[in-house]
Design a protein around this ligand. Sequence first.
Ligand code: SF4
Length: 472
Amino acid sequence: MVLPDLCLERNREKTDIEYINLDLDLKPVFKGKKYFLRTYGCQMNVHDSEEIKYYLENLGYDACDTLEDADIVVLNTCAIRENAKDKVYGYLGRCKHLKSLKKDLIICLAGCLMQEPHEIENIRQNHPYIDIIVGTHNLYDLPKLIAKASGKQNIEVYSNSDKVYENIRYSRDSKISAWINIAYGCDKFCTYCIVPYTRGRERSRKMENILEEVKYLKNHGYLEVTLLGQNVNAYGKDLNLGYDFAILLEEVAKIGIARIRFVTSHPWNFTDQMIDVIAKYPNIMPYIHLPIQSGSDDILKKMNRKYTIEEYKELFNKIKKKIKNVSVTTDIIVGFPGETEEDFQKTLDIVEYCKYDGAYTFIYSKRVGTSAAKMPDPTPMSEKEERLRRLNEVVNKYSLMNNQKLLNKEVEVLVTGESEKGSNKVCGYTDTFKLVNIEGNKDLIGKIVKVKIIDAKSFSLDGIALPEEVKN
Ligand code: SF4
């Protein structure tokens, strides 16, 4: 085990990235046993869980829906906010109880929280019943660690990585829509964010390997790919091979898969070439998630976000002008250390200006090891909660307003599954990434269908499927 040192890692030097082809030979030695996997956090973690599932299933484990039935429990953790961490520790209470009844149960913790040295120390000291801890850089070690599990705690976590693994296999959750990692880690060091420490330096995959993966998925019937990176549009900068995210996006579009999405973009890396490529190819969806985080230049500077509000507005207007019918969503943090009422008012102003289709809004959460954690933070929590309430009011007003513009219109929806809103309903997403609940049967799942919108709410739309299926 190599424990990370958060402070040292900030000063790490760039070295060449090593590309390694994974070649694991897994045997179904645990046939008849069951696994229970719980995922916390972002799309990156959801996709990592698809890798974890591949290892478990190829070792012979079958999935089960209840913790109590499991022979192995894997919690894929998230470190982005304090409440994500609290949820993991809360759930560990149930796991501990189960282990007291079932001595052979294997408990494994994976994911971002396990990249924090103080968390590993806490688990060592206070949670000895946990069998395996594996980090974000070496999930492929999971089969080896399971084979070694013997009542002794096994910890395999690397502090940083200069490696990119190819040939990673996944048990994908969907047969319709797939995540594809195009880059790992982040070099931006926004002062509130733990990701550069838990996921390491920015490391791009080679373009030819990404394109092969897209072709493979298309040939296996997938209709949609989402290109994933912590800072997706910084793709290629570390490679010095003469290509960047705009070039990759265009090459992916040329493969002809029906729908292409990408998350998450940093405004600082959003180039004119990217906008032109998105505008040019109808299979690149007109949906941009463009985190702004704050409406105040002073706070953006403290956050180390590298853009001003004027620059953000200029980019936003270019996107709106050039990409037809584009929808834009954002992320906003309220109550960052030192945020005044005046700063917050500027955040409300930018939401009024951009009239976002949606926003993920959060109260600042202090992460140990980041530079914002050391900043004075005099604003009481009650005030931050009130700011969040006021912000959400404005955000929801514009989400609803944008959704209402679709009333009685026909939209194309990729139907991805059954709806939670009733037994005779399915659901899916418009090209602009709006969730639609549709009257219709399960035959529609896996198709792109025309839908007439009959009702609009802040977070979803209701629609009726029209007979005509969209040809891909
Ligand atoms: S760009 Fe995103 S992932 Fe990177 S440090 Fe900033 S918030 Fe975190």
